[in-house]
Design a protein around this ligand. Structure first.
Ligand code: CP
Ligand code: NVA
Length: 302
């Protein structure tokens, strides 16, 4: 495993190993232990979009493992692929650092970085996918449901980057996912087919949130307006009306845990009441970004 660009690129065995390492490192760090496997190593972190969780959790993870991280805003380097070609950035950084993580608009940017870098490259969210989020989510689901096999996730909202990574994770790890979106916002057919080729019937779609939540173990939502879609905001808010995760919707799946990758826009995709309810596990999810990413960095960079 050289890079971590998509959950889909990893075997089930590799994903299970990463989960096991995440659990082990979580236990170790909670007990006050340390694993300094990245002592003297440096990670460059390139961000074309804002971030709270990803930026801080990666930086802390590097520090925890004895290494260090450098945060790079696109304007610091004249834009990714603007002041100089992406392939040159990849090769120059590879001479200085031991790993590159990047959050980009276009998915091609990260695949091109990975194609030219000689050090590991990590996808920290693109318009296409968010694999670190997907794996932290899986870790969280395992902790709360006690299993992955047969867990049913109802994803309500936009068929976006977060939905796509979770769909691949479901297919690889024995879970079922039903995605409820307004018409026109479905996850693309190729991604659905890819997931269902990995594991038959693992991912399905509907335009009915009420239908999706029946028998759900997990109800998951994400923003209706992803970073980069700000111009479409008003249209999206109109189109997604009826797709809010609120008390009425969760009533039909009373035991379901509520997940959100955050940031959450209360009053839009989720009500404050549901976000703050007893079944909400969104902060465990946010915490697990750190635990998963320690395992990922250790696997790729040590
Ligand atoms: N969930 C997530 O990736 O959050 P940030 O955008 O704050 O990194
Ligand atoms: N779908 C959201 C996720 C944010 C973590 C976005 O891309 O903005």
């Amino acid at each position: 495993m050289k890079n971590f660009l998509s959950i889909n690129d990893c075997s089930t065995e590799q994903l299970k190993e990463l989960l096991a390492e995440s659990r082990q490192l979580k236990k170790l760090y909670k007990a006050g232990g340390r694993d300094l496997c990245l002592s003297g190593k440096t990670l460059a972190m390139l961000f074309e979009k804002p971030s709270l969780r990803t930026r801080i959790s990666f930086q802390v993870a590097m520090t925890d493992l004895g290494g260090s991280a450098i945060y790079v805003k696109p304007e610091d380097i004249g834009g990714i692929g603007k002041r100089e070609p992406i392939k040159d950035i990849a090769r120059v950084l590879s001479r200085y650092v031991d790993g590159i993580m990047a959050r980009t608009f276009e998915h091609n940017t990260i695949t091109e970085l990975a194609g030219f870098a000689t050090v590991p490259v990590i996808n920290a969210l693109t318009d296409f996918s968010h694999p670190c989020q997907g794996m932290a989510d899986v870790l969280t689901i395992e902790e709360h449901c006690g299993r992955l096999e047969g867990v049913k996730i109802a994803f309500i909202g936009d068929g976006n980057n977060v939905a796509r990574s979770l769909a691949f994770a479901c297919a690889k790890l024995g879970m079922k996912m039903i995605i409820a979106t307004p018409a026109g916002y479905e996850l693309d057919a190729v991604s659905i087919e890819t997931a269902n080729q990995i594991s038959a019937d693992s991912v399905s779609q509907t335009n009915s949130p009420a239908q999706a939540v029946v028998d759900a173990d997990i109800i998951y939502t994400d923003t209706w307006v992803s970073m980069g879609q700000e111009d479409e905001k008003q249209k999206r808010l109109d189109d997604f009306a009826g797709f809010q995760v609120n008390a009425e919707l969760v009533k039909s799946a009373p035991g379901a845990k509520i997940m959100h990758c955050l940031p959450a826009y209360r009053g839009l995709e989720i009500t404050d009441e549901v976000a703050e309810s007893e079944n909400s596990i969104m902060f465990d999810q946010a915490e697990n970004r750190l635990h998963f990413q320690r395992a990922l960095l250790k696997k790729l960079m040590s």
